[in-house]
Design a protein around this ligand. Structure first.
Ligand code: NAG
Ligand code: NAG
Ligand code: NAG
Ligand code: NAG
Ligand code: NAG
Ligand code: NAG
Ligand code: NAG
Ligand code: NAG
Length: 671
C-alpha cells in the first residue's frame, strides 16, 4: 500500500509539470487563436458596420432596431424621387377598321346591328353574316374548335358562350367584318340545376359573394398615382380598406397567386436559404421547380371550396399566352371554374384580318373591354346567387407603370355601374395587384424596389355585412398597416368560403402559415414566419453603400459568379453567353433587426445590383457573408432580373434561365 502510494505520487510530480506546461501551451495557442478570430471579426465589423452606425448615431437615429417585428416602409406616393417617372400615356385609339355590325343581347340572341349596318354604307341585303361557336377541346387548355358557320339574318339564340362572327359583302364575298363575342349564359341555360336550388337562392345573409379584380404589377403607390379616380371610388364610396403591409411571396405572378388561391407555396427553392440548418420546410409546396409539364387540375384551389359551398365560379384572364397557369405550363385539362373565359381569348388571338395599329385593340374594340364586359355581365347576372369571380388584367400594366392610367375611367365606371345597379349589394369586392412593377425605370429607385415587393390590395365589405358583422371591418382596419403575405389572403378567402365569419375563428387556420386579416394579427410577425422569402422582405433597415466600395465590388463578383454557375449547371452554356460585369449599379447593407451588441459572429447581408454584358441585364440579389467568407459571400434566395429580357432568352424554355440567358445566336448576328 505504502509503496504504491509513493510511486503514484512520484510519477504525478513529473506529469503535473508536463501537464501544466502542455495546458499552458494550449491556453496560449487558444488565446492567440481566439484573439486572432476576434480581431478578424472585429475588423470585419469595423469595416462594414461601424462606420455606418457611427454616421447614424451622430444623427441620433439608432439604426439597429431594439425591438422585434417588422417596421414597414411608408413612403409618400408623391415623393419627388418617383414623381419624375409618372408620365402621360397615349390613350387607346383602335381606329375604325370595321363597323360594328353584330352583337349578342342580354338573352343570348345574336343580332345584326341595323344602325351599324346603315352607318357602314353597306346595304343590309348585300351582307351575309355567320357566327361560329367556339368550343374548348377536351383535355387541353390551349386548343379550341371553331364550329361550322351558321348564317343568320334575324336574331337567333346562340348555344355557346363564345362565338366568332364574320360578315361578307356580296357580290364579291369580300370579308368586311370579323370579331368575337363573349356571352354569360344564365345558370339555367348552362345546366346549373344543382347550384340554383331554393336554398341557394335564399342564401344565408352572412355569406357574401366575392369579386376579385387583379391588375398585374400594381403596387399601392402606383395605384394611387395612376388610378386616382378608382382609388377614390374604392376608398370613399365602397369604403374599402387598403393594406399597407402586404408583401409578395415570389418574383412574378404565379408564385404570388398560388399561395393566395391555394394556400400552397409555388416553389421549394424560395425558402431554401431561410431555413436553419437541418430544419425542414413547413409550408407545403405545390409541384416541382419547373411547372412546364404540369397541369393544375388537382390543386386545391379556393374556388373549389366556394363551389362546394354552392357558389358559381368564374375565372377570366386576358393575354392567353402569359396567363397565370399557362405561361410555360399546361393550365387546366378541365375548365377550372363554371365560367372560364380562356377559349374566347384563344379564338380572338387568331384573328388577324382587321388588325388595329394599336396593339391594345382587337379590331375596333379595346381588349380590356372584353374582359371588363364579361366580368360585369357575370356579376350582374349572378347577383341573385352566390358567386366567386376572379378577373385578371395583364396586358395594360405588366411592362410599364404608366400604361394602366388609360383605363382609370373604365374601371371606375364599371365599378360604379355594378354598385349603383345593386350587383355588389352582397359582394366582397377586392381590387388588387399581384406584385409591383418589376422592370420599368422606377425599379432602380429605393421606393421602386420596395414597391416591387408590395402589391396593392383593397377590400370592400358590402354594407349588409358591415352592419351584421362589424368585427370584420374592425379587424381589417386594425390590420391595415401590419405585415401580411398572400398566405393571409388565402385565409381570408377561405373564411368566406367556409362561412367562418364570427368574431373568434372556428379553426386556428385553414392553411399552414397565414392568419385571416378579419381578426387582429400579431404585431411581432416576421417575414419568415408567414412565407415571405428573405429576398422580398421589406422589414429591415438598410443603408446605401458606395457602389465602388470594396465590399460591394466583392459582392458583385460573387453574384456574377453565381449566375454564370447557374447557367452552367442548368446545361444552358451552349446556348447562353457567359456574362461579364459592366458595373455595380447600387449596393445596400441590410442591417440586422436585433441590436448588434458585439461584433462577434456578425453575419452581414448585402444587396447588390449589377449590370452585365452582353445584353445589358440588370440583376439584383442578396449576399450573405461573415468575416470568414471568401470572395464576397454567397447568394441567398432568388436573383432578380430588374429590367426587361424581352426576346433575349428565346432559345431557352427554363423559367429561371429565361431571366438570365442571353442567347449566343444574337452574338453571331452582331459580328
Ligand atoms: C444626417 O442628417 C443630415 C441632416 O439631417 C443628412 O443630410 C445626412 O444625410 C444624414 N446622414 C446620414 C448618414 O444619414
Ligand atoms: C351599333 O352600331 C352603332 C353605329 O355604328 C354603334 O354606335 C353601336 O355601338 C352599335 N351597337 C352595338 C351593340 O354594338
Ligand atoms: C370529353 O371527355 C368526356 C370525359 O372524358 C366525355 O364524356 C365527353 O364526351 C368528351 N367530349 C368531347 C366533345 O369529346
Ligand atoms: C377545400 O377544397 C379542397 C379541394 O376540393 C379540399 O381538398 C379541402 O378539403 C377543402 N377544404 C375544406 C376546409 O373544406
Ligand atoms: C361592353 O358593355 C358596354 C356597356 O354595357 C356596351 O355598350 C358595349 O357594347 C360592350 N362592348 C362589347 C365589346 O361587348
Ligand atoms: C341593393 O341594395 C339597395 C339598398 O339597400 C336596394 O335598394 C336595392 O334594391 C338592392 N339591389 C339588389 C339588386 O338587390
Ligand atoms: C410574438 O408574440 C407572441 C405573444 O406575445 C409570442 O408568443 C411569440 O413568440 C412572438 N413571436 C416572435 C417571432 O417574437
Ligand atoms: C426572337 O429572336 C429570334 C432570333 O432572332 C427569332 O427567331 C424569334 O422569332 C424572335 N422571337 C420573337 C417573339 O420575337
Amino acid at each position: 500500500m505504502k509503496v504504491l502510494k509513493f510511486k503514484i505520487r512520484g510519477i504525478s510530480l513529473k506529469k503535473v509539470f508536463f501537464l501544466s506546461v502542455a495546458i499552458f501551451f494550449v491556453l496560449i495557442c487558444f488565446f492567440i487563436h481566439a484573439s486572432y478570430i476576434s480581431s478578424v471579426e472585429a475588423e470585419f465589423y469595423r469595416i462594414h458596420v461601424e462606420e455606418y452606425l457611427l454616421q447614424d448615431e451622430r444623427n441620433s437615429s439608432v439604426v439597429p432596431r431594439k425591438r422585434h417585428g417588422c417596421i414597414l416602409p411608408d413612403y409618400d406616393p408623391f415623393d419627388p424621387s418617383i414623381l419624375q417617372y409618372i408620365r402621360p400615356w397615349p390613350k387607346i385609339y383602335c381606329g375604325r377598321m370595321q363597323p360594328y355590325l353584330t352583337y349578342i343581347d342580354d338573352e343570348g340572341y345574336i343580332h345584326r346591328n341595323i344602325s351599324g349596318i346603315k352607318d357602314s354604307g353597306i346595304s343590309n341585303a348585300d351582307l351575309q353574316c355567320a357566327y361560329q361557336e367556339i368550343e374548348r377541346r377536351n383535355h387541353s387548355d390551349d386548343r379550341i374548335r371553331i364550329r361550322a358557320p351558321l348564317i343568320f339574318n334575324s336574331p337567333e339564340i346562340v348555344m355557346s358562350e363564345f362565338v366568332v362572327v364574320k360578315c361578307y359583302q356580296f357580290p364579291y364575298s369580300r370579308l368586311v367584318y370579323e370579331t368575337a363575342h363573349a356571352y354569360v349564359p344564365s345558370l339555367v341555360s348552362k345546366g346549373f340545376k344543382p347550384v340554383v336550388n331554393e336554398a341557394n337562392k335564399k342564401r344565408q345573409q352572412n355569406q357574401p359573394s366575392v369579386l376579385i379584380l387583379v391588375l398585374d404589377s400594381m403596387s399601392r403607390l402606383n395605384f394611387i398615382n395612376q388610378l386616382p379616380k378608382t382609388y377614390n371610388f374604392l376608398t370613399k364610396v365602397l369604403k374599402a380598406v387598403v393594406f399597407k403591409g402586404l408583401t409578395k411571396t415570389g418574383d412574378n405572378t404565379y408564385p404570388n397567386m398560388m399561395p393566395m388561391l391555394s394556400g400552397l407555396a409555388a416553389y421549394k427553392h424560395l425558402y431554401a436559404d431561410d431555413l436553419l440548418p437541418g430544419e425542414k420546410l413547413w409550408i407545403p409546396v405545390w409541384g416541382g421547380f419547373d411547372s412546364r409539364h404540369q397541369n393544375f387540375d388537382d390543386v386545391p384551389f379556393v374556388w373549389k371550396n366556394f363551389s362546394n359551398a354552392g357558389y358559381v365560379t368564374m375565372f377570366a384572364e386576358d393575354l392567353p399566352e402569359y396567363s397565370i397557369f399557362n405561361y410555360l405550363a399546361k393550365g387546366f385539362l378541365k375548365p377550372p371554374t363554371n365560367y372560364y373565359m380562356r377559349p374566347f381569348w384563344l379564338a380572338i388571338d387568331k384573328m388577324k384580318t382587321f388588325k388595329s395599329s394599336d396593339s391594345r385593340c382587337y379590331g375596333n374594340t379595346p381588349k380590356h373591354v372584353y374582359l371588363f364586359n364579361y366580368t360585369e355581365e357575370f356579376v350582374r347576372k349572378m347577383s341573385q346567387v352566390r358567386y366567386f369571380a376572379f378577373s385578371f388584367l395583364t396586358a395594360l400594366s405588366h411592362d410599364h407603370i404608366n400604361s394602366i392610367k388609360v383605363v382609370d375611367n373604365d374601371i371606375v365606371s364599371m365599378l360604379r355601374r355594378m354598385w349603383v345597379g345593386g350587383a355588389l349589394n352582397n359582394t366582397v369586392t377586392i381590387v388588387m395587384g399581384d406584385h409591383g412593377n418589376r422592370f420599368d425605370d422606377i425599379r432602380s429607385t429605393v421606393i421602386g424596389r420596395v414597391e416591387e415587393r408590395m402589391p396593392f390590395f383593397s377590400i370592400s365589405l358590402p354594407e349588409s355585412l358591415r352592419r351584421s358583422h362589424p368585427h370584420l371591418l374592425n379587424g381589417l382596419i386594425l390590420n391595415q398597416a401590419r405585415l401580411m403575405s398572400w398566405f393571409d389572403m388565402y385565409e381570408l378567402l377561405m373564411d368566406i368560403a367556409m362561412n367562418n365569419l364570427g368574431q373568434v375563428s372556428n379553426v386556428p387556420r385553414w392553411g399552414t402559415v397565414g392568419l385571416s386579416p378579419f381578426r387582429p394579427l400579431p404585431t411581432n410577425r416576421t417575414c419568415r414566419e408567414i412565407g415571405i422569402p428573405r429576398t422580398y422582405c421589406v422589414c429591415g433597415n438598410e443603408k446605401d453603400m458606395n457602389p465602388q466600395d470594396f465590399h460591394a465590388m466583392e459582392a458583385a463578383d460573387a453574384l456574377l459568379y453565381h449566375v454564370n454557375n447557374m447557367i452552367k449547371v442548368s446545361g444552358s452554356s451552349s446556348k447562353c453567353a457567359e456574362l461579364k460585369l459592366v458595373k455595380v449599379l447600387s449596393a445596400q447593407l441590410l442591417l440586422p433587426s436585433e441590436p448588434i451588441i458585439s461584433p462577434t459572429g456578425l453575419v452581414l447581408e448585402t444587396r447588390v445590383s449589377i449590370e452585365t454584358s452582353p445584353g445589358g441585364a440588370q440583376l439584383e440579389a442578396i449576399l450573405k457573408s461573415d468575416a470568414w467568407s471568401e470572395n464576397g459571400g454567397h447568394v441567398i434566395g432568388e436573383v432578380n432580373r430588374i429590367n426587361k429580357y424581352g426576346n433575349q432568352s428565346f432559345c431557352v424554355e427554363d423559367l429561371v434561365m429565361k431571366l438570365y440567358c442571353y442567347c449566343k445566336s444574337f452574338l453571331v448576328q452582331s459580328v
